[in-house]
Design a protein around this ligand. Structure first.
Ligand code: GRF
Length: 188
């Protein structure tokens, strides 16, 4: 059987990318074929190197141009794991129902432009939420608006800070993102 190929887009430290790579290491039918980033110094690129995975660093101009698709030949699923740019229309069309994103909160709350990383956890903290979580969703041309695939929750207490909230959310991400990707790619 042909291996399913996953490309991960990320621009941060890449702890999610790492969890995904580790999860699929022993799975012979899935391959992480590419780690793509818009940041030449993103930590995720070191993770890719460590695991001998091809990398791609690209500019906004390159990303906006449909020629970019040449880098995604025979990719079955694009996974956004800490990638902040809006996905251009040509890419959403070419990869219809083949791009997923993870958001570090329970959408539709705390979503949209500017709601990323620490900002999200600070806002959850400021609003004294009693729970937060993660949302894995399909990607369309709008920030955080695609159909939700799944959400997982975690309880917050009075002693939580933006830092501990972030840690709790990361734990959920690392546990559920790889499993969800497996479920999606196996049903394709
Ligand atoms: C994660 O919290 C993810 O939900 C968001 O960006 C963060 C990336 O973290 N989209 P990491 O680089 O995988 O550690």
């Amino acid at each position: 059987m042909k291996k399913k190929r996953i490309a991960i887009f990320a621009s941060g430290t890449g702890s999610n990318a790492n969890a995904i790579i580790e999860y699929f290491k022993t799975n012979n039918s899935v391959e992480i074929c590419l780690i793509a980033s818009n940041k030449a110094d993103a930590g995720v690129l070191n993770i890719a190197e460590k695991h001998n995975i091809s990398t791609l660093v690209f500019s906004r101009e390159e990303f906006k141009n449909a020629d970019f698709l040449q880098h995604l030949k025979s990719v079955d699923l694009v996974v956004l794991a800490g990638f902040l740019w809006l996905i251009p229309e040509y890419l959403v069309k070419a990869f219809s129902n083949k791009i997923i994103n993870i958001h570090p909160a329970l959408l539709p709350k705390y979503g949209g432009k500017g709601m990323y990383g620490r900002n999200v956890h600070q806002a959850v903290f400021d609003n004294r939420e009693t729970e937060t979580g993660i949302t894995i969703h399909w990607v369309n041309e709008h920030y955080d608006k695609g159909t939700i695939i799944c959400q997982e929750k975690v309880t917050l207490s009075d002693t939580d800070t933006p830092e501990t909230i972030q840690r709790k959310v990361h734990q959920l991400e690392h546990e559920y993102f790889p499993k969800t990707i497996e479920r999606i790619i196996c049903s394709q």
